[in-house]
Ligand binder design. Structure first.
Ligand code: GLN
Length: 319
């Protein structure tokens, strides 16, 4: 086993879980009523090692919407189906140094990276327009959802229609980004912007829970082979690219500090979810709705800090 004394490890995780549980910092996202209603007490942690050992504690089966944690997944899928050369003809690999939804493109008039809204909307247009272009939006939704599900050991994902509808209503900035990129001819030819925006909101509105997301993180930790099904879902080069950008751009404007302090690829979302990858060891998903001013889950961050203090998981711990 990659973690030989799993029982001891579990004890540590439990301790860190309870320590973070009493943290009442942060505010739940409130830009749409469906997220504002989230229970701030919810807190779950799930772990899945690359050899399939699993542990979870707290609210690990309560569904939440993927929100920005869908961004590394759509990016992974685009890399896998279209290849990195095509994807990065359209989207960069540089942190933006700006807000995740900032109306800004890089010096080549491309979105900075796939982990911010502009880049993720662009990746959605690539998946919609270049990969199996004959598919309708309905077929594409099923196709993407089943790809996500393969990352998660064939666990079934849900979809929150209320979140989808209100995301779409309260999306002035995202539409502004969408049109701004069209003005600068960022999309592949034949892109239908309305469909592409809907597709982006749909990805944000898919639902999973900590248990399911920890398997996805474990598939990334395991070089693209799902530890539960042994299915090869991603090529190693796709995984490398996804993890690189999670490492440099996954935690909004805290990405640099997180890379310094925790040293692990991670991605957070506005629902309070966090995907954390310990390469060649395990995947972790934490979920707790209260967010700090930069948009990251307060309990999730505390958990990561504690974990790095206890274990030598930081990328540069073993030199
Ligand atoms: N639905 C949100 C948006 O597009 C997702 C962003 C996030 O999780 N930070 O604004």
């Amino acid at each position: 086993f990659v973690i030989p004394d799993f029982q001891d490890f579990i004890k540590d995780i439990e301790e860190m879980y309870w320590a973070a549980k009493s943290n009442t910092d942060g505010k739940v996202a409130s830009y749409i009523p469906q997220l504002a209603r989230a229970n701030p007490d919810c807190w779950g942690v799930s772990v899945c090692t690359i050899d399939g050992q699993r542990f979870s504690i707290g609210d690990v089966t309560v569904p939440f919407t993927l929100q920005s944690t869908s961004k590394p997944l759509t990016y992974a899928m685009a890399l896998e189906t279209l290849g990195p050369d095509v994807v990065h003809k359209y989207v960069g690999t540089e942190p933006s140094g700006r807000n995740f939804n900032e109306l800004v493109l890089d010096f080549n008039m491309k979105p900075h990276n796939p982990m911010i809204n502009a880049g993720a909307i662009l990746v959605c247009s690539l998946l919609k327009t270049l990969d199996k272009p004959e598919m309708t939006l309905a077929e594409k939704f099923d196709y993407v959802m089943s790809f996500f599900s393969r990352l998660a050991g064939n666990e079934v994902l849900g979809f929150n229609n209320a979140v989808f509808l209100s995301e779409r209503e309260a999306a002035d900035r995202n539409y502004a980004l969408g049109f701004y990129m069209r003005e600068h001819k960022c999309y592949p030819e034949k892109t239908n912007l309305r469909e592409c925006m809907d597709f982006y909101f749909q990805c944000c509105s898919m639902e999973a829970n900590c248990d399911i997301m920890s398997i996805m993180a474990a598939t990334l930790a395991n070089g693209g082979i799902c530890p539960i099904t042994d299915e090869k879902v991603l090529r190693p080069d796709s995984v490398r690219n996804v993890l690189s950008l999670m490492h440099s751009c996954g935690m909004y404007d805290y990405s640099g500090q997180f890379a310094f302090k925790v040293g692990l690829p991670a991605k957070s979302g506005v629902s309070g979810a966090m995907l954390i990858v310990v390469p060649n060891v395990m995947g972790i998903c934490t979920w707790s709705p209260p967010l700090d001013p930069l948009g990251n889950s307060c309990r999730g961050l505390q958990f990561c800090d504690a974990m790095i203090e206890r274990f030598n998981f930081h990328k540069y711990d073993n030199i």
